[in-house]
Design a protein. Structure first.
Length: 97
């Protein structure tokens, strides 16, 4: 039983290592994801404001309400995008050292 426990403990100490030179591509991919996310956030705010303005101009209160909801959802998504990675990192720990 002790041998099995020792083997399981040694498995938990194995840390994954990226292949040499892979970090550059991982950074590039994460940069694309970051800029794409920022563009989508800005696009969501612009579309929401456009819906609010169009709803007011054309007398469509449902479009204005949808635009307000859209802008609020985008701001909540931005807050989640900034806060949730820290929460996950705090719960999972630093990982392998």
């Amino acid at each position: 039983m002790k041998a099995l426990t020792r083997q399981l403990a040694s498995l938990a100490q194995v840390c994954p290592v990226a292949p040499p030179g892979a970090q550059r591509y991982a950074d590039q991919l994460m940069g694309y994801v970051l800029w794409g996310t920022i563009i989508l956030f800005v696009l969501g705010v612009v579309v929401g404001i456009g819906a609010i303005v169009a709803g007011r101009i054309f007398g469509m209160p449902h479009a204005s309400k949808a635009g307000i909801v859209g802008v609020v959802v985008v701001f909540l998504a931005v807050i989640g995008y900034l806060v949730l990675p820290g929460i996950v990192r705090a719960m999972t720990g630093a990982g392998c050292i």
